[in-house]
Design a protein. Structure first.
Length: 344
């Protein structure tokens, strides 16, 4: 009898132990499921919050674009009474602005730059005319050759500048016939990886990285001074062009850039007195005795602008986002022809 009682008690104890183990396992499983569900919920919540914040930030950036468009419209309305249309750095769109505080915290900032103060790369699509002992260059090609030589870091020689300029011309034209110092498909097929020329106008200045003889160092140095127009080419605005770009203006058959002192003299005169028109610009003492030799250059210059670059930045909930918009102004109509955004 005692043996049976002992055996029965052991069985009950074993059953209780097994039940306890099962209960512990169930509890552990539930705990693991709860932890996994909480982690998944946190990820889902964070993704949702990120999407909402990104949409909110982008809405603010589009608001900055609207404000920039209003500034350009105001400038157009103020200029309609002028006998000669012009855009310069004293106008409302060119003035610096302080960051605008947002109600829920954070800030919004933006600035406009006249893209017609930069050199238009698509103006290089016309080939040079060969004649005499050396090739002749179009006014646009000669201007870009000077711009490259005006770079200080890295320094670019005249021969290097010619190679790059004619290679850009071959990249832009529709044929596969290389210029004297250019490059077409045969050159690019030998690269690793191999690729072809664009054979069309550039859609972005970043295409320069793919052009023959263009090094990363030269690309980074020249990028702030060049641009492309999404549609037809437009002239360089003499009232907004920076010193570096003004130094690329010289007589047609001279491939040397103006000195830094001459470029600064043009900017100083512009800030103190201003240029009345193109003839007044070309009559500046920097170009003394050169007016008749700059007939081709004059065709590249203008006084008003249609393309502007908006740089807008917003901070919402300690997150930063930027928007770059190319705005085209036609009368009072403002159109964003290119947009690019990014987070920081």
């Amino acid at each position: 009898m005692n043996c049976r009682r002992f055996s029965h008690q052991n069985t009950i104890q074993r059953q209780r132990g097994a039940a306890l183990v099962v209960a512990i396992l169930v509890f552990a499983l539930c705990t693991a499921l709860i932890v996994a569900m909480k982690a998944e919920f946190n990820r889902f919540y964070q993704r949702g919050a990120n999407v909402i914040l990104a949409e909110q930030a982008y809405a603010y950036l589009l608001g900055a674009e609207e404000l920039a468009g209003m500034a350009l419209q105001i400038d157009y309305d103020e200029g309609r009474g002028r006998e000669l249309q012009r855009d310069d750095l004293q106008e409302i769109w060119a003035q610096p602005s302080a960051p605008y505080p947002l109600d829920e915290g954070g800030w919004l900032a933006g600035s406009l730059e006249d893209l017609q103060g930069r050199f238009n790369l698509n103006a290089l699509s016309v080939h040079a005319l060969e004649g005499g002992d050396k090739p002749r260059f179009t006014p646009a090609q000669a201007q870009f050759i000077r711009l490259l030589q005006a770079l200080e870091d890295p320094p670019v020689s005249e021969s290097e500048a010619i190679l790059i300029t004619e290679s850009i011309g071959d990249w832009l034209d529709k044929d596969n016939i290389p210029a004297a110092n250019g490059a077409e498909d045969d050159y690019y097929f030998s690269r690793t990886p191999a690729y072809r020329t664009g054979n069309r106008p550039m859609a972005s200045a970043s295409e320069l990285r793919a052009v023959a003889y263009m090094t990363p160092e030269i690309y980074r140095a020249v990028l702030p001074w060049v641009t492309v127009w999404p549609q037809s080419p437009a002239p360089l605005n003499i009232h907004t062009a920076p010193v570096m770009v003004l130094r690329s203006i010289n007589i047609d058959d001279d491939l040397s850039p103006l000195s830094e002192a001459d470029g600064q003299a043009l900017v100083d005169y512009r800030e103190s007195s201003g240029f009345a028109d193109l003839d007044d610009f070309l009559a500046n003492e920097v170009f003394s005795g050169k007016a008749e030799q700059m007939a081709g250059v004059k065709g590249l210059l203008g006084q008003d602008s249609s393309y502007f670059l908006l740089r807008a930045e917003v901070e919402v909930a300690d997150r930063n986002m930027r928007l770059y918009s190319v705005l085209q102004r036609r009368g009072r109509s403002i159109t964003a022809v290119v947009r690019a955004s990014g987070s920081l």
